[in-house]
Ligand binder design. Sequence first.
Ligand SMILES: [Mn+2]
Length: 432
Amino acid sequence: MIKILHLSDIHLGSGFAHGKINPETGLNTRLEDFVATLGKCIDRAIAEPVDLVLFGGDAFPDATPPPYIQQAFSGQFRRLADVEIPVVLLVGNHDQHSQGAGGASLCIYRTLGVPHVVVGDRLETHRIQTRNGDIQVITLPWLTRSTLLTRPETEGLSMSEVGHLLLDRLRAAMEGEIRRLDPAIPTVLLAHLMVDAASYGAERFLAVGKGFTIPLEFLTRDAFDYVALGHVHRHQILSENPFVVYPGSIERVDFSEEHEDKGYVLVEIGASLTEGVRGSTTLEFCPLPARSFCTIELDLTESDDPHSELLAAIENKPIEDAVVRVIYQVRPEQIDLIDDSDLHTVLSIAHTYTIQAGLLSQMSRSRLPELGVGSAIEPLDALRAYLANREDLKLLAEPILEAAKALLAEEEFYIESDAGEMEVVQTQLKLL
Ligand SMILES: [Mn+2]
């Protein structure tokens, strides 16, 4: 039997906006949270001990993390090397350098020849010795069009045609790897990708539709005892025969992960009792004490006592040590009824918090026929029409328009950038 700890999507160095500086260390508390949670995974790997650790990709927010963040990452994985537990570090989309191949943030471990550390930055089969026998790990890092296709091959093709071509290439390459496997020893596929059966939030689904997804049947092959995935932050089991699993991220990167359990997966691959017949694989999701996020959202426009109602809503939520956001709506004449200093007092037990107040003005709505249902209008024109009807925002109208233009320009930049669809997903959702 071979025991594996599978974790993914560490994103060390993300989400600093939700943290604060720890005066004792000078570090952002969210970095400390992420390192502590990663440490818990490594603790478990050593305590078991497992025979192998698989990391499913996305170590950092990008391929060039600052040295202190690199150090925090390597400091944890080094603990595995010290006790001779082999680890496979897979390259995710966030780990790839946009400037061509070979620049991934994790490749330094291969260059240095760190014992027991394998870096997966290409489709390749690694035969790894463990305390309980050998295992084969096929690594499939994040794929971009340029990995498998040349520009002339894709010229004039639609997005979906390119997708099909890419999948054909991948299928052929994977077939080659599978044919060379030793059927007598266990096999794991470790891949950073988007499976088309994976479930996301509705907003993610829209953005994801533009990206490159892999059909589930591509992964559910008899040759695999386990398929270890990375990329999607929500833990999910996509198939049980073989197990195809996203362990999810280890900490919440932003509020879209508020209601998700965070953790890693312990996998046991049983020995084959009969030649040619796979042993059984069992699975356990192990939750991690990730910092909680808490959204308090309420519409106070109909309230007689918006201040008390808002305070009560906050006090009813488990906000202690959590990253909290309060979003409320009031009518303009209610603004003075809310006393911010009281809000700050009740929120002081939170780890960090933000307050977003929204104004509802029914009068201005009815005066704006151009914003009515059924009329199509460009975002900037809509904003102009809105501002033109807001006397109180007159002084701010220009800066608001400038800011909106900058935001829209940024969005277009991402859509047109070479890295393509995934960048759009990242900008819009800042999570995958
Ligand atoms: Mn990813």
